[in-house]
Design a protein around this ligand. Structure first.
Ligand code: GTP
Length: 235
């Protein structure tokens, strides 16, 4: 297997499936099945999931809400999604532990780095909820931070596009996909991979980022086998 320990970043919006809001049970089970395949193959999997299917702090600010207040609500949304993924995985017989950056001891463990690593070593999927626990940071930043903390080999960002393109493929049909690209090139071309805080964390810590289509069955497994899927950003 090419990667022994991965941090899988999933978007909250993707969990909506074709619904306008919330969690689509079918999509949730599809994701859980993909993750189970990676887990069964012996990969140590940690997960960070966004909360945009339930609440977005930035949009709430546009509606007049205090940004910090909105961001905390967004963090709670990620915990709901994390619990959903946890339940779906356990339904498939995958052992999991959920750790939250904001203490909610009735629901999950607090984030403790050494414990998270121990869980991974013992063959448990670890889900990190509540982002970084701080406002003004995205769940991409949380994913980058946690990936570095647990010394993941790579951060895999599951999206609905199959990689990084020269331009937005949904707007520009002539856009072409990169198989691999350097951190510097992403930066100099102004390509949107992650927000700059998350991206810089990855670059400075030499953590490769793979952007791939999580909605295509088998992609995660194929990545673990070392096949070319999506786009890899590395030094
Ligand atoms: P080991 O120490 O490796 O055996 O890990 P473990 O997670 O099995 O041990 P522990 O006794 O810490 O946890 C047992 C169960 O309780 C697991 O399902 C944990 O997720 C859960 N758990 C541990 N700490 C907390 C907590 O602070 N809050 C909540 N809600 N659950 C917790």
């Amino acid at each position: 297997m090419k990667y022994k320990r991965i941090l899988l970043k999933l978007s909250g919006e993707a969990l909506m499936g074709n619904k306008g809001f919330g969690i689509d049970q079918e999509r949730l089970m599809e994701y859980a099945a993909e993750i189970k395949d990676a887990y069964d193959a012996g990969c140590q999997v940690a997960i960070v999931i966004g909360g945009g299917n339930i609440f977005r702090g930035i949009q709430a600010e546009k509606g007049g809400m205090d940004r910090v207040h909105g961001d905390y609500m967004g963090m709670l949304a990620t915990v709901i999604n994390s619990m959903a993924i946890q339940s779906a995985l356990e339904g498939l017989g995958v052992q999991t532990r959920l750790q939250s950056a904001i203490k909610m001891e009735q629901i999950c463990e607090p984030f403790i780095r050494r414990k998270a690593v121990r869980h991974l070593e013992k063959g448990r999927v670890v889900i990190f909820g509540a982002g970084t626990g701080n406002p003004y940071f995205t769940t991409d930043s949380a994913a980058a931070l946690r990936a570095i903390e647990i010394e993941a080999n790579v951060i895999m960002k599951g999206t609905r596009v199959d990689g990084i393109y020269t331009a937005d493929p949904e707007k520009d049909p002539s856009a072409t996909k990169y198989d691999n690209i350097s951190f510097d090139e992403v930066y100099s071309k102004g390509l949107e991979v992650m927000d700059l805080t998350a991206f810089t964390l990855c670059k400075e810590n030499n953590l490769p980022i793979i952007v791939f289509d999580m909605n295509k069955k088998g992609n995660l497994q194929n990545l673990l086998k070392g096949e070319k899927v999506g786009t890899i950003v590395e030094a």
